[in-house]
Design a protein around this ligand. Structure first.
Ligand code: F0G
Length: 454
């Protein structure tokens, strides 16, 4: 058996609660069958997300005590700015309160009515901000991206032939920027290769298009480039990071993921880009030297970014996910392969073949997994899509339940417990019914919409 080994030990713990199944059933009903609406006191293993819930290191915690909380010109900001210059080689840094705030600012600065934003795949909040500003998202992933059981090692690659074709068809002038998402979230935390980023950059340069990197899930992507890309196996994580950064015109990230704390920011070497976006920071986020973040979190991010350059640190998530994926596969349970970053992704369409896609199989399975185990995951399927301008609900490319693997949080025995409960559920899958919205919010409906049985 391939046992993942953690290169750290646990020094602080938090007591967990495993409520009995009757309580879990009631809690799920009260939450409108939406795992976002559960109270965490009713949850045993919180696998909803890895956002802001990764375990910090002793060094991060120590750094938090030495924060400088001045409103303007804080030394904490300078330390974070210098760390970003150190790893990305970027001169300018705009701090924000989290990832989607960067998306708001980038979209307001660059997206105009009817402009197009090509990308390897959309993310929920990214798409919402682009469409809010009148733009359109064009997903130009490789065909293999949607193949749930694949042996393609870089399903997050952007299809460069399609990008060239898109530029010919729509004209470079109508393209706001090209976006590459590291650790492509919605297709199962799948990476792109360094070579793909180089190829995308070459096309962008030829047509004078801005290349924007969403580095929120960069840590996983770095690990996969190092492990899976033959030509990169002798590069250090730091060298891979630097080359990816050099290829990007604008880098933004959610520090709830990258840096293992809570916050975000935008980095660039372009003075013009920096000045264009700067005013929005003071308008929406906070002063330029904190951007809505607490200085303590900023100190933790600075240390977290440095720790991300350590392969023994960033391998923990992908290796635990691989373990869980392999174990579920052995039991015949349909999961997304190859195992990606972020979490284990279960194919709900295949798990629940008796449900129509309009009955939200991924939402139904996420609710059932909670009832059966006390672990909460997240629906990543049609429920997470937004209605188009005519009110039509697009069916998602795939119906996934994501069981996120917050880094350094769970032990292998806890992971084995979830595997066991999902196996039981799979054997009893006929009893899982479909869902329909009883309350459907207009924007990002999956966050607080309520559902009932069909
Ligand atoms: N980009 C990516 C690729 C993300 O995964 C996220 C957040 C964001 C941007 C937005 O960042 O949450 O700090 O505003 N993903 C979280 C998740 C919410 O659970 O996957 P944020």
């Amino acid at each position: 058996e391939n046992i993942p080994l953690e290169m750290h030990k646990v020094r602080i713990i938090q007591k967990l609660n495993l409520p009995p199944v009757e309580t879990r059933l009631t809690a799920m009903q009260e939450a409108g069958f939406n795992t976002f609406l559960l109270k965490n006191e009713d949850v045993f293993m919180d696998m909803l997300t890895d956002s802001g819930v990764n375990a910090m290191s002793d060094r991060q915690q120590a750094a938090m005590l030495m924060a400088d909380d001045s409103y303007a010109g804080s030394a904490t900001f300078t330390r974070l700015e210098e760390k970003l210059t150190d790893i990305f080689g970027t001169q300018y840094f705009l701090p924000t309160h989290q990832g989607r705030a960067c998306e708001n600012i980038i979209a307001q600065s660059y997206v105009t009515k009817d402009s197009i934003v090509p990308m390897n795949y959309h993310f929920t909040t990214t798409k919402a901000h682009i469409t809010l500003n009148g733009g359109h998202v064009e997903e130009i992933f490789i065909d293999e991206a949607l193949n749930l059981t694949s042996d393609c090692l870089f399903k997050g690659n952007l299809d460069t032939a399609k990008l060239t074709q898109l530029i010919v068809d729509k004209g470079a002038d109508n393209i706001a920027f090209v976006r590459m998402e590291a650790g492509t979230n919605l297709i199962g935390g799948q990476p792109f290769s360094l070579q793909n980023m180089r190829d995308v950059k070459a096309i962008c340069e030829q047509h004078q298009l801005l290349l924007v990197l969403d580095a929120s899930l960069l840590a996983d992507n770095l690990y996969f480039i190092k492990e899976r890309e033959e030509a990169c196996k002798d590069m250090t994580i730091r060298e891979i990071t630097r080359e990816l950064a050099d290829l990007s015109d604008i880098i933004y990230f959610s520090a709830r993921k990258l840096g293992f704390a809570r916050g975000g920011g935008i980095c660039t070497n372009s003075k013009e880009a920096y000045e264009r976006m700067r005013e929005y920071i003071t308008l929406y986020e906070g002063f330029l030297t904190y951007g809505g973040m607490s200085v303590r979190e900023m100190e933790a991010i600075t240390v977290g970014l440095e720790e991300t350059m350590d392969e023994e640190m960033i391998n923990q998530g992908p290796q635990f996910i691989e373990y869980m994926n392999t174990a579920l596969q052995k039991r015949g349970i349909p999961v997304v392969t190859p195992a990606g970053g972020l979490g284990c992704h279960i194919n709900a369409s295949e798990f629940l073949p008796h449900l129509k896609q309009s009955e939200y199989p991924a939402g139904a399975l996420a609710a059932a997994i909670y009832i059966a185990s006390g672990a909460r995951g997240m629906e990543r399927g049609t429920m997470s899509e937004q209605r188009d301008e005519n009110g039509v609900e697009p069916l998602a490319h795939m119906e996934l339940v994501r069981l996120a693997m917050p880094r350094r949080v769970f032990t292998l025995s806890q992971v084995k417990y979830v595997i066991d409960r999902i196996t039981w559920l799979y054997e009893n899958r006929d009893m899982i019914g479909g869902l329909t919205f009883s309350e459907e919010p207009k924007v990002l409906r999956f966050f607080f919409g309520r559902l009932q049985a069909t």
